[in-house]
Design a protein around this ligand. Structure first.
Ligand code: NAP
Length: 323
């Protein structure tokens, strides 16, 4: 038996209770059983628990898409991993990473290497994979492009800064606090603005226009983003929490476009491209996940609350599962 956060009903964080009698999963033939050390928290974990996402597990379920730990055992058809390997995972499903053991499909487990610790490993999956998909598979970003990462201090934003800089782009980021601004700059951004500053939109408009914009809060910024794009510019909506008014004329003259991204709809080939690029980035050393705060398993509900409600992001929130 193992400890896990078991959600028996969709709803508030009071549904996130530690159960001590959850059966340790048996890995299937093509699965890897991971002894989880840190679990990563993403906004999608909260949307799922609140039943506000298009893809829901059946009840009861264990939350958590991201995590890192050590391979305990592997199914008989697994070729890429062996017991003792340090790995990170990214998978949605019934039995997530807020548990001492998780069985994941081989294509959802990845080598962590020895440059990063487990805490950082739990901060890779959804943020880095989404940032890569948005930049390359949606925006078709190229070396030399001018990129605006609107909301660069959070988990996806910092990943996007690192990926864009490693691929030769000019990066402008935004953050809502001085600490966030410093962090985005230290991740490699060429210019950083404070999205709480009432004059920042004007300042952005005085910069050269952008080829690519990754937007973390489209309901607030999309109308303005449309005025910031270069000819044939691409704005990718990564996050949005409501509706927004836009002036469609703003993209007519520039023949610019607006597109959504959804990591969880990537095809197997796209998934393979995304995940190989990030694993290569870990080896090369430019994937440097930043952990903002570590929670205990007892505080997992608080982490689910904070990922949506706290202000002043500085990277990713993670939960420590065990030493
Ligand atoms: P996070 O770590 O909580 O980061 C949120 C970011 O939004 C922070 O940088 C925050 O900056 C910034 N922000 C706050 N107010 C803003 C404003 N007015 N203008 C611009 N940015 C603002 O969350 P995350 O994990 O990076 O995820 C970001 C968004 O992407 C979420 O909405 C999430 O649901 C979504 N997402 C979508 C996909 C997909 O497949 N489409 C995948 C992953 C995530 P400060 O805190 O410094 O103000």
């Amino acid at each position: 038996m193992m400890r896990a956060i078991l959600v028996r009903q969709f709803g508030g964080i009071d549904q996130m209770k530690i159960a001590t009698d959850v059966a340790i999963p048996t890995p299937g033939d093509k699965q890897v059983l991971i002894n989880m050390i840190f679990s990563g928290i993403n906004p999608v974990d909260t949307y799922i628990r609140e039943e506000a996402f298009w893809m829901l597990p059946s009840l009861p379920y264990v939350p958590g898409c991201d995590g890192a730990g050590v391979v305990k055992s592997v199914g008989k058809l697994v070729t890429k991993f062996k017991p003792g390997d340090r790995v990170f995972m990214c998978q949605t499903g019934q039995m997530g990473s807020l548990a001492e053991f998780v069985a994941v499909n081989e294509e959802n487990a990845f080598p962590l290497g020895d440059k990063l610790n487990f805490e950082q490993g739990a901060a890779i999956g959804i943020p880095y994979f989404t940032a890569y998909r948005a930049l390359f598979q949606k925006a078709n970003a190229k070396s030399g492009n001018r990129v605006l990462i609107h909301g660069a201090s959070g988990a996806v934003g910092l990943a996007a800064v690192q990926i864009a800089k490693a691929n030769g782009m000019h990066v402008t980021g935004t953050a809502g606090t001085q600490e966030g601004i410093d962090l985005v700059r230290s991740a490699g951004a060429d210019a950083v603005y404070n999205h709480k500053d009432k004059t920042y939109r004007k300042k952005l408009q005085n910069e050269e226009l952008f080829d690519v914009i990754l937007e973390m809060l489209a309901n607030v910024n999309l109308g303005h983003d449309l005025k910031l794009m270069n000819r044939h510019g691409r704005t990718i909506v990564v996050g949005s929490r409501g509706t927004v008014t836009v002036d469609p004329r703003d993209i007519m003259g520039s023949e610019a476009s607006v597109m959504g991204v959804a990591l969880l709809t990537a095809t197997p080939d796209e998934w393979s491209e995304i995940t190989s690029a990030i694993v290569d980035g870990i080896k090369a050393g430019w994937v440097k996940p930043v952990v903002d705060k570590v929670y205990s398993m007892e505080e997992a509900g608080q982490a689910h609350h904070d990922i949506i409600h706290s202000k002043g992001a500085k990277g990713k929130l993670v939960v420590k599962i065990q030493d």
